[in-house]
Design a protein around this ligand. Structure first.
Ligand code: NAP
Length: 337
């Protein structure tokens, strides 16, 4: 195909701007690009391949003639405009949680379940950022040794809450240094020099929705409907890149060196695991990278068949924009428009 006509809805946000960068870097075949955002912000200029693109207010009329529409907006906007884009003939790749658990919407991480893309009926969902990062790291272990149970604690960067989260941490640090009072608008509490074990609303048995996404979405992506997943999600004062402590109980015993070997051959994974030389994944160094970094790989000393690992990856890139563009690459490659 000569190139796809692309729309990015939410192009001025953290994920939307990153989608533009990733499309450009990966030389995605773009024939025409329209950038849409909140109508109140129309007129903003964004750069793509050296050209200035003027942002237009999002609305159904703007989506006619589009082949692929990336949605990088809140769920309410996706729910309203996504089906309109499909009716206008586009394939929608949506970053919100609006469609992720719907039976007729594939939820895809190309390193894990690329074959699910072909089941789409117009909408393909990009999973939650922490879930994408986790499944890229645990699927190779599952394929090598089976999985009985997953225990995960996340350490999530402030930019997971969009550009407003990023700005709030920077502003609070400035206020602290200047001796001015700190105010919180995006997070429930001060996030500078703090941790908040609370992301999104509480949904069931005192687990947050952010935590339950790790349960529901992991099962759907890996086609393991009964996989036990025990999650804790924590917001940390890191600007960008989520980290995760993951404990796996496997069906068959895997030594730490076997796990390291399996992971070093896995797609999208980089093993950084030389703790005696102070080498392990850290969010500052995984920011702006597309891969999922895995280290601290060790056998669980409390059970016979268990592996512990520490994972870090840029949640705006692999956790959102890069994964979305990889899905679009499968759509174009397999003629699924
Ligand atoms: N940040 C992450 O790490 C991350 C990771 C995975 C998934 N996600 C998901 O990706 C989506 C976007 O998140 P984000 O972090 O990029 O948020 P963000 O930085 O707050 O950006 C939101 C975008 O939505 C636009 N918008 C707001 N109201 C709109 C409307 N009525 N019509 C059209 N556009 C509208 C905003 O436009 P203006 O700038 O013009 O207001 C902005 O471009 C969310 O569903 C989020 O849950 C985020």
């Amino acid at each position: 195909m000569a190139g796809a006509r692309i729309a990015v809805v939410g192009a001025t946000g953290a994920v939307g701007q990153e989608i533009l960068r990733v499309l450009e870097e990966r030389e995605f075949p773009v024939n025409n690009l329209i950038c849409l955002a909140d109508p109140r912000e129309a007129g903003t200029r964004l750069s793509f391949k050296g050209e200035q693109i003027v942002v237009e207010g999002a609305g159904p009329d703007k989506l006619k003639g589009v082949d692929i529409a990336f949605f990088a907006v809140g769920g309410e906007v996706s729910e309203k405009l996504g089906p309109e884009a499909v009716r206008a003939g586009a394939v929608v790749i949506d970053n919100s949680s609006a469609f992720r658990l719907k039976d007729d919407v594939p939820l895809v991480v190309p390193e894990v379940n690329p074959e699910d893309v072909k089941e789409h009926r117009g909408i393909i969902a990009n999973p939650n950022c922490s879930t994408i990062i986790m499944v890229v790291a645990i699927n190779p272990i599952y394929l090598a040794a089976g999985l009985k149970r997953v225990v995960v604690s996340t350490y999530q960067a402030v930019s997971g809450a969009g550009k407003a989260g990023f700005e709030e941490l920077e502003e609070q640090v400035r206020c602290y240094v200047d001796g001015r009072p700190l105010t919180s608008r995006v997070f429930q509490h001060q996030i500078a020099f703090n941790l908040i074990p609370h992301i999104d609303v509480w949904v069931e048995k005192d687990y947050s929705r952010e935590e339950m996404k790790l349960v529901w979405e992991t099962r759907k992506i890996m086609h393991l409907n009964n996989l036990p997943v025990s999650p804790t999600a924590v917001r940390v004062p890191v600007l960008r890149s989520h980290s995760e402590s993951i404990n796996l109980e496997t069906e068959r015993r895997l030594t730490a060196s076997e796990a390291r070997e399996v992971l070093s051959r896995a797609p999208g994974v980089v093993v950084v695991d030389n703790p005696h030389n102070n080498e392990y994944p850290m969010p500052w160094f995984t920011a702006n990278r597309d891969e999922v970094f895995v280290g601290r790989i060790r056998e669980d000393i409390s059970i016979d068949q268990g592996i512990n690992m520490w994972v870090a990856a840029d949640q705006i890139r692999k956790g959102a924009a890069t994964n979305a563009v990889q899905i679009a690459e499968v759509v174009v490659r397999d003629n699924l428009l």
